[in-house]
Design a protein around this ligand. Structure first.
Ligand code: CMC
Length: 431
């Protein structure tokens, strides 16, 4: 903490508020004592300018387009690491050495199965159930089957809990797809990588065995890394908020999955494809969609555009756009939606409405086109996001739980604007 203070004057009385400085120079005014001293709360709908915690996990500078996990730049991690390596980094704060990484992989392989009883759960969802609702339900249920949740903060305990969830979410995600197709479930394999195993469980069939394509595995790996954490976004804040009441990890993560589902958050990757398909059906009538997006009386927004924090290029989107072009080339897929997306980006980025509001493509703009090329169905896109974001959710839950100094139940205030106190009217007197 710095010894600087900000002074806030309310009705002639001044309050000295401590200034907090982050390790990358980010600054905050600490208002925790303000209510007690002044009787005033601060009001900030949508938490546009509210820090809910201090965190050692991810640094994000939205004006410069910087994203670092535990101090490492996202582009270096995405190019050079495996998703499991990055997950380990997020959990423990350091990159693993070879032995640590192998041990962690081993643990993940060991936990890949889900309890046979839970497999029957899949039979009772309607065939058209969203895989996101299945995922959220199943992850919540894991708590009943694997209740041993350690309060131990040793590295071994953290990795064990994390490995179980990382491993099982992948199995649940793939099984939910197989069930929706009416196909037999494919068991996890010990010899495949985290991403290769997932793809195999998704696409292997008794009649047409899946051939694991290294380029596809590498792209999924990269996408998961790029989604692995993004500090206090809506779903991560949900995980922290739910967890702050003392709720177990599985249930907190299940709540995070539900928050992610929204089209303004992780659900945007699905919404982008639906929007691009709409433009395609409308014979590439870009003007119609741009006009709708700019109309203040129309709820329509360009999905995959804009971000609460980034006021410049989202560094993840830049990497994903490149990966998208490469993957389609490697898979020899000619998807008209890629051309439409690139044209839409160009039109929006030269339009005053988007320029003046700093609206750029975000992480969700090009990712869906990659998933489509791999054969992943549209309603599974947000599940892919959830698999990627899981290490971030776990790390934040863990960090909050281990914070004995500042941990408090999340409980915002409000300004009441309803009727002022009035006299009660008994039922028989209400005309
Ligand atoms: N299309 C059209 N107008 C937009 C868009 C958009 N995609 N995004 C923001 N605006 C406008 C908005 O109407 C407002 O205009 P005005 O100042 O005239 O009222 C201005 O830009 C500021 O927008 P905001 O709603 O105050 O910004 P926010 O920080 O509350 O919202 C956002 C951020 C991501 C929800 C929003 O940009 C959005 O709805 N984007 C589309 C959905 C999307 O792609 N979501 C994924 C976000 S990134 C990954 C993730 O978090 O999961």
């Amino acid at each position: 903490m710095s010894d600087k203070h900000a002074t806030l004057t309310i009705e002639g009385k001044s309050y000295a508020l401590p200034i907090i400085e982050g390790s990358e120079g980010d600054m905050a005014v600490d208002i925790r004592s303000l209510l007690k001293e002044s009787g005033y709360i601060t009001l900030d709908s949508g938490y546009m300018n509210t820090g809910s915690c201090s965190s050692d996990i991810t640094f994000l500078d939205g004006n410069k387009g910087i994203l670092n996990y535990r101090g490492y730049a996202i582009d270096e991690l995405a190019e050079q690491c495996s998703f499991i390596e990055v997950a380990y980094l997020l959990f423990l704060g350091e990159l693993p050495n070879r032995t640590q990484l192998n041990d962690f992989r081993e643990l993940i392989s060991r936990y890949a199965l889900i309890h046979e009883d839970m497999i029957h759960f899949f039979d009772h969802f309607p065939p058209k159930a969203s895989p996101m609702s299945i995922l959220s339900t199943m992850v919540n249920s894991l708590g009943s089957y694997y209740p041993e949740m350690s309060a131990d903060s040793s590295d071994e305990a953290v990795l064990s809990v994390a490995a179980r969830l990382l491993s099982k979410i992948r199995t649940i995600a793939a099984f939910s797809y197989k069930k929706s197709e009416g196909h037999p479930l494919v068991s996890p394999r010990y010899d495949l990588s985290y991403c290769g195993n997932f793809l195999n469980m998704m696409f292997d069939k008794p009649v047409t065995p899946y051939v694991v394509h290294p380029e596809v595995v590498a792209t999924v790996n990269k996408l998961l890394i790029l989604h692995a954490d993004h500090e206090q976004n809506c779903s991560t804040s949900t995980v922290r908020l739910v967890g702050s009441a003392g709720v177990n990890l599985y249930t907190s993560i299940s709540a995070g999955i539900s928050a992610l589902w929204g089209p303004l958050h992780g659900g945007a990757n699905q919404a982008v494809i639906e929007m691009l398909e709409g433009i395609h059906r409308d014979n590439n009538d870009f003007e119609k969609y741009i006009k709708k997006a700019k109309d203040p009386n129309d709820n329509f927004r360009l999905s995959g555009f804009g971000h609460r924090v980034y006021k410049t290029f989202d560094p993840r989107a830049t990497i994903i756009k490149r990966a998208c072009e490469q993957t389609l080339k490697v898979l020899n897929v000619d998807d008209p939606l890629l051309e439409i997306a690139m044209q839409l980006e160009e039109i929006a980025r030269s339009d005053d409405y988007f320029i003046s509001r700093n609206l750029y493509p975000n992480v969700d703009f090009y990712s869906g086109i990659i998933y489509r090329a791999m054969g992943i169905p549209t309603n599974m896109f947000t599940v892919m996001f959830a698999m990627g974001r899981l290490p971030g959710w776990i790390s934040h839950w863990q960090e909050m739980m281990m914070d004995t100094k500042d941990r408090k139940i999340g409980r915002p205030r409000q300004i009441y604007t309803g009727p002022v106190k009035r006299d009660f009217v008994p039922l028989h007197e209400r005309g």
